[in-house]
Design a protein around this ligand. Structure first.
Ligand code: NAD
Length: 266
């Protein structure tokens, strides 16, 4: 999507961190943006800072009725949504999978994976009917590499990458672009907000107010990704060698295919 000026965008997790930076970057480009978040106080602060091209909607991305209300609200305020940013998320709790509380696992999948699906379900068919638009799903570098003690997070993020790749193939014939954002460490409030979401988070250094890339840089990269319809939006070059190693292992497994199966139809 080359022209962002004049479009309507809907950004989940838009009251803080990466979502807020994406919202600000979209407004800078001339879009009208509804930010959605579960944290009403943060929404109020954020929308004030973003100015008159922004509006706020209190939404838990797990709540499907809430998504229907959000769609009505954004369409009434700004018109049909052209750009959907499924970004809301919480951080990992740092347990090994074998020790992880099932409630914690379910929470991660519900917010990050099902929440992303809920956004696609709310807006995808309408975008397709109009024949234009762009969807960005925020995954993580943890959606491209396996990181011990980040099991549920990694599982949900891999799933978001896979779902985004499927969505891209499905939407391309209808003029809709799809990108998946895979950041490394970004300076946000993820740690604090993860605890607010009820997680007994035990990895304090995964993301903090002091560490990581400036979220504004991520916002600018997302604008570029929307413009060029990038499949993967990568923010940190240092993940490359891990991804290369992982893909090399996957490709090496193909070399071990038994002769009788090597030429089987795929
Ligand atoms: N910060 C990092 O280093 C980093 C790295 C890779 C990926 N990410 C991903 O980026 C996304 C944004 O995270 P961030 O780092 O900006 O953190 P953040 O905590 O600053 O922002 C996340 C926002 O999502 C909101 N949120 C949480 N649960 C929600 C729910 N159920 N419904 C609606 N909103 C909800 C929070 O209230 C918060 O405002 C997340 O998906 C996160 O996994 C972050």
């Amino acid at each position: 999507m080359e022209k962002i000026a004049g479009t309507t965008a809907f950004v989940t997790g838009g009251a803080s961190g990466i979502g807020l930076a994406i919202a600000a970057a979209l407004i800078e480009e001339g879009a009208r943006v509804m930010i959605a978040d579960v944290n009403q106080a943060a929404l109020d602060r954020a929308v004030l800072g973003l100015g008159p091209s922004a509006a706020a909607f209190c939404l838990d991305v797990r709540d499907r009725d809430g998504w229907a209300d959000a769609r009505h609200a954004v369409e009434a305020r700004f018109g049909p949504v052209d750009i959907l940013i499924n970004n809301a998320g919480i951080g990992p709790d740092g347990h090994a999978l074998a020790d992880m509380d099932a409630v914690s696992f379910d929470r991660m999948v519900a917010i990050k994976l099902t929440g992303t699906f809920n956004g696609i379900a709310a807006f995808g068919a309408r975008m397709r009917a109009r024949g234009s638009g762009h969807i960005v799903n925020t995954a993580s570098m943890a959606g491209l590499m396996a990181i011990p003690k980040l099991g549920a997070y990694t599982a949900a993020k891999f799933a978001v990458v896979g779902m985004s790749e499927v969505l891209r193939a499905e939407m391309a014939p209808h003029g809709i672009g799809v990108s998946v954002l895979c950041p490394g460490l970004v300076r946000t409030n993820l740690g604090v907000n993860t605890q607010l979401a009820g997680s007994d988070r035990i990895v304090p250094d995964q993301s903090s107010a002091e560490a990581g890339l400036d979220a504004a840089v991520v916002g600018a990269l997302v604008i570029e990704g929307i413009r060029t319809n990038a499949m993967h939006i990568i923010t940190h070059g240092d993940g490359r060698r891990y991804v290369e190693k992982r893909m090399a292992r996957v490709l090496a497994a193909f070399d071990c295919v038994p002769v009788h199966a090597a030429n089987a139809p795929t």
